[in-house]
Design a protein around this ligand. Structure first.
Ligand code: CMC
Length: 431
């Protein structure tokens, strides 16, 4: 929102001053509007990993990293995980408000009746090695959806955008479950319309044609909560990737596929898989001090996975919710995981250590999610895929919000060139 406030920038070489407008959001820090900076001063700003740059306006998600607050469309994440369902949160993110009963019924119907994938898509899978990482398959198959759903690719038609959004939210669990089945050498399981979103996902992952599968309420409740916790997180790396891809007017399936590739990295969604690998490597509580020292050593690339966050300088509220449900899930499933003891002790020691305290490094959402997902029976390589299933709603909602803006301009960052200045070409014989 425009304000009367301004910011004055002075060029110390020439003495010239430039006045820049300041914009206010509803909450959070004000921003200095630098859109005309280059035209007026001949200078760009330099902010390579966007630590001080707001790349867009958004009405979806608010984070106060110092206070550990996460809200979607005004509702706290704790309120949503306590009272809502994943599909209701999906509607909230997409449409802006919680649905009434009729709206919820219609949305539920629209998602449920889009869960099947084109039968031809099954053959895609057979081109991949069985030991491929499921995220590699996800990138390819989700991007490939554009080859099947030509009738919803006109990004300028709001109805087609809506159908694409519903297709993506509906089909992503089906594709995710297929990647798991493919790796296990088991037949694909078709979706069931009588189940909830979370129940259907578990059914497609764990059912076998040879015997009936009953979805456990404990597991489906936990899965629903995990999906809500991952649904959106404002302008993180994968969401920014989706927006940047979408700014070139790429189709939505291609945009979401680009989000999946970005999420895969261990600094982002890949951390949940990396946490378990780390806990296993540490192995026992007595080895924790050794790993804490490794994490602090600047000559050692090792980092405590599941710790730290670009925005949260306090407990990640999602980690708080997951920590609380971790005990409940393990108790109800009767699982005793020795890695949980390592995780708890690691958290305790790190939270008291001067290095972590000074840098405000707290456990993030990935710290406990892997332990719950492992207890639920998911292979570790599926963890990041599950993150992608939840986050698809956020990616699609952010893409929709961007497409609904008055003017869509291609995203095009600039650079500080540090390569050679102009030089003359030398013939290969003389080099
Ligand atoms: N272990 C040890 N030291 C760390 C860690 C860590 N996990 N995270 C940050 N630091 C240190 C870092 O070395 C730096 O120290 P110094 O100031 O002495 O150079 C300081 O803390 C600031 O770190 P940074 O790298 O500038 O922070 P960033 O905002 O660029 O990175 C992060 C954020 C999440 C990539 C990073 O904390 C990290 O690599 N964490 C481990 C991976 C992880 O758990 N990722 C999941 C993030 S939450 C899920 C999601 O949203 O994707």
């Amino acid at each position: 929102m425009k304000t009367d406030k301004t910011f004055t920038l002075k060029n110390d070489q020439t003495g010239e001053e430039f006045t820049l407008p300041v914009l206010d959001g509803v909450e959070g820090p004000s921003v200095i509007d630098v859109r005309k900076l280059y035209a007026e001063t001949g200078h760009f700003t330099f902010d390579p990993s966007y630590t001080s740059t707001a790349s867009c306006k958004s009405r979806l998600t608010f984070i106060d990293g110092d206070k550990g607050i996460l809200r979607h469309r005004g509702y706290t994440i704790e309120e949503l995980t306590d009272n809502s369902t994943f599909l209701e949160v999906a509607y909230l993110l997409l449409e802006g408000d919680l649905p009434n009963k009729d709206q919820m019924k219609e949305f539920d119907h629209n998602i449920t009746y889009h869960t099947l994938v084109h039968e031809q898509l099954h053959t895609f899978f057979r081109g991949f090695r069985r030991d491929a990482h499921p995220m590699a398959i996800m990138c390819g198959v989700v991007g490939g959806l554009a080859a099947f759903y030509h009738d919803s690719l006109d990004i300028w038609d709001p109805k087609q955008r809506e159908i694409s959004a519903h297709r993506l939210i509906a089909k992503i669990p089906t594709i995710a479950a297929m990647t798991m089945k493919y790796a296990m050498g088991q037949p694909f399981v078709y979706p069931r319309n009588d189940l909830t979103y979370a129940e259907n996902f578990l059914h497609m992952c764990f059912a076998l044609p040879a015997e009936p599968y009953k979805v456990s309420k404990t597991l489906s409740d936990a899965m629903d909560k995990i999906l809500i916790l991952h649904a959106d997180h404002e302008q993180n790396a994968s969401t920014s990737t989706v927006r940047l891809a979408g700014s070139s007017q790429a189709n939505p399936f291609a945009c979401i596929s680009s989000g999946i590739t970005s999420l895969w990295g261990p600094a982002h969604g890949g951390a949940n898989q990396a946490v378990l690998a780390m806990l296993r490597e540490i192995g026992s509580v007595d080895r924790i001090p050794e790993y804490i020292e490794k994490a602090k050593d600047k000559d050692d690339p090792f980092r405590l996975m599941g710790f730290g966050h670009r925005v949260y300088k306090n407990m990640d509220p999602r980690a708080g919710v997951l920590k609380a449900s971790c005990d409940a899930v393990l108790d109800e499933l009767g699982v005793t995981d020795p890695l949980l003891a390592v995780a708890r002790e690691l958290e305790k020691i790190a939270l008291q250590d001067e290095y972590f305290v000074q840098r405000k490094l707290f456990p993030n959402v990935d710290f406990y999610s892997g332990i719950i997902l492992k207890a639920m029976g998911f292979p570790e390589e599926m963890f990041t895929v599950l993150f992608a299933v939840g986050r698809t709603v956020g990616w699609v909602s952010q893409w929709k919000e961007m497409m609904e803006e008055q003017s869509l301009r291609i995203g095009r960052p600039r650079q500080l060139y540090t390569g050679p200045a102009k030089r003359d070409y030398v013939d290969i014989d003389k080099r």
